[in-house]
Design a protein around this ligand. Structure first.
Ligand code: HEC
Length: 134
């Protein structure tokens, strides 16, 4: 009897916790697909994987983010005055538009990052502009 009540309380708490955090879904996608390289704290790996925490590149490429996430990135880039040309970012063909939208809303507002909230419609538009010559 007691354990059942406990279980229900945990469920209620989980429900409340998810509702309180609009970026919760994006956070889970980040942890599954991105954190292995960019780290839980978004700091990347020095010299090899660029940070997405307070990255000037991320702030300046909001409209390209969806394409970067879907198709990866292989050209040399400069992030916060450091050149990254050693590793490629792999494509993510399993993430649909909704997942990409949640993910972008999470990374663009986590760790002190601040960007406008994006809609699925915008992400669909952005994806339509990806260059496919990779
Ligand atoms: C296998 C390692 C790896 C994984 C997994 C990975 N990335 Fe990257 N990411 C990189 C590398 C390496 C670069 C730099 C690529 C280059 O120099 O062309 C990069 C670049 C970026 C950039 C642009 C540069 C910056 O730091 O602002 C963003 C944004 C980004 N990744 C986000 C993500 C997101 C979101 C995910 C999860 C869907 C993800 N990455 C998964 C390795 C990875």
């Amino acid at each position: 009897m007691r354990s059942k009540l406990f279980f229900i309380l945990i469920l209620l708490w989980l429900f409340a916790a998810c509702k309180d955090n609009p970026y919760g879904k994006g956070m889970r996608i980040y942890q599954q697909h991105c954190a292995v390289c960019h780290a839980d704290d978004g700091n990347g790996l020095q010299g090899l994987i660029p940070p997405i925490r307070q990255s000037d590149y991320l702030a300046q490429h909001q409209d390209d983010l969806a394409c970067i996430i879907r198709h990866g990135l292989s050209e040399p880039i400069t992030v916060n005055n450091q050149l990254y040309d050693m590793q490629k970012m792999p494509p993510n063909d399993k993430l649909n538009e909704i997942a990409i939208t949640n993910l972008i809303n999470f990374i663009s507002n986590a760790w002190g990052n601040q960007a406008d909230f994006v809609t699925v419609e915008k992400i669909k538009e952005d994806l339509g502009r990806c260059s496919t010559g990779e």
